[in-house]
Design a protein around this ligand. Structure first.
Ligand code: HSE
Length: 445
């Protein structure tokens, strides 16, 4: 059959909010270019949204509008269902029903796939349909495609990314203006950079969902969000951002997946990154992901991680992929998680105590003889080597009358378990006057 004879791929959009609207608009605007690439047209034939008036405003008469998403799934003429509802509830039921009805699925729903991906990918495999999710990680940046296809020759060593724009915006503002987290969060909400309920963003959950998806594709392991270590930025103080800066580091919320011999590190937390790294200079709501592979070395991908058209760019890339592979035998398609589903690795996700990293510690201590010696000897007992020490003059520390000081210690790499043992010992010293701040540091070399 010549390409001219292939009928258009018919798409049903579930949800016509920001991303749905962007997807419709970009598909309309670039349809000729997209057809030249896909070898066939891609048309939005149906839109389901509870707000049918909004749907009408966005798509006019170009597509059938329904309030009931199940009407899209039940329509035998629809080839691909695009799920843009979000969350684990109705979205999960609809994705599974769409798969059961033999539809291919495109979704931007990182939460759904990070938590229920194993069930969803297995259902899709049984049914011989594709589930594509480029838009779920880092919005418009084609990081899924890069990891899954562009870097397919490599043993991936690690992936580390700024994959949440809300928190990167907040951290940039905290550093720029020397403001505390709560103040900047309120401002971010006022400006629309943070949602009214920002919990998933600021607690690191959204970034951890995305890191979980990248870990599966990078290492050929199942998606295991339940084993991810997740810390957000809510406890981060402007003081530590300032001290990090003085030591040549920026603090970024990183989603990290790293291969060790014994297993995979999967963790999201505020991280000190050397200021000279490109990724340390990714500011505002932008996203960036670094990937290190044994053959390619270190690579970095940068762009908008959210927004109507950047996310639509990723959704439509998936639609084009599906259009190209629609008639292909399932076994010859690119596997959803990069590796053949029966070739998954048994490498476990490591508990946080087994994670190897370097640390930033801040201790409020009594400024008297022997304090530093005692602290360094506790670190030495755990085999932890010190990289740098900074002591602020007593009068710089909030007018404590010169008898207290902040001691900032950077360590070399160690297991987190050893660090926690040392921390307990240091915290118990009568000369340590406040809870010790512990942050992880990555050189990303
Ligand atoms: N809320 C996300 C962010 C965008 O702030 O980056 C969607 O994942």
């Amino acid at each position: 059959m010549s390409q001219e004879q292939l009928r258009p791929v018919r798409v049903g959009l579930l949800g016509i909010g920001t991303v749905g609207g962007g997807t419709f608009t970009v598909l309309q605007r670039n349809q000729a270019e997209i057809r030249r690439r896909a070898g066939r047209g891609i048309e939005v034939a149906m839109v389901a949204d509870l707000n049918t008036d909004l749907a009408k405003q966005v798509v006019g008469d170009a597509a059938q509008i329904v309030a009931d998403a199940r009407a899209v799934i039940a329509n035998p003429d629809i080839d691909v269902v695009v799920e843009l509802i979000g969350g684990y509830g109705i979205a999960k039921a609809l994705v599974l029903e769409a798969i059961a009805a033999g539809k291919h699925v495109v979704t931007a729903n990182k939460a759904l796939l990070a938590v229920h991906g194993t069930e969803i990918f297995a259902a899709a495999r049984d049914k011989g349909v594709m589930v594509a999710f480029e838009a779920a990680v880092a919005g418009g940046i084609p990081i899924i495609k890069s990891l899954r296809e562009g870097l397919t020759a490599n043993q991936i060593q690690w992936v580390a990314g700024i994959i949440n724009g809300t928190t990167n915006f907040i951290l940039s503002e905290m550093r720029d203006k020397g403001l505390d987290f709560d103040v900047v969060l309120k401002e971010a909400q006022r400006l629309g950079y943070a949602e009214a309920d920002p919990t998933f963003d600021i607690e690191g959950v959204d970034a951890a969902h995305k890191a979980t998806l990248m870990s599966a594709i990078a290492f050929g392991i199942p998606v295991q969000f339940d084993k991810a270590h997740v810390e957000g930025i809510t406890k981060l103080s402007a003081t530590d951002i300032r001290y990090a800066e003085q030591l040549g580091y920026r603090i970024k919320l990183l989603g990290i997946a790293r291969r060790q011999a014994a297993g995979i590190e999967l963790r999201t937390h505020p991280t000190l990154v050397p200021m000279r790294r490109l990724i340390a200079n990714v500011e505002g709501a932008m996203n960036a992901v670094m990937v290190q592979g044994d053959a390619v070395g270190t690579t970095m991908y940068y762009g908008k991680g959210a927004g109507a058209e950047p996310t639509a760019s990723a959704v439509i890339a998936d639609l084009v992929d599906i259009a190209r592979q629609l008639e292909a035998a399932p076994a010859s398609r690119v596997p959803a998680l990069a590796f053949q589903p029966d070739e998954l690795s048994p490498l476990p996700i490591l508990p946080i105590d087994e994670v190897v990293t370097s640390f930033y510690l801040r201790l409020r201590v009594a400024d008297q003889a022997g304090v530093l010696a005692r602290i360094t000897s506790i670190l030495a007992e755990q085999g932890i080597s010190i990289d740098a020490v900074l002591q602020r003059e007593a009068d710089e520390v909030s007018g404590e009358g010169g008898n207290q000081t902040d001691l900032i210690i950077l360590t070399h790499e160690t297991k987190e378990g050893a660090m926690n043992t040392a921390l307990a010992g240091m915290q118990a010293l009568p000369t340590v006057l406040a809870p010790i701040v512990k942050l992880r540091k990555e050189e990303l070399a």
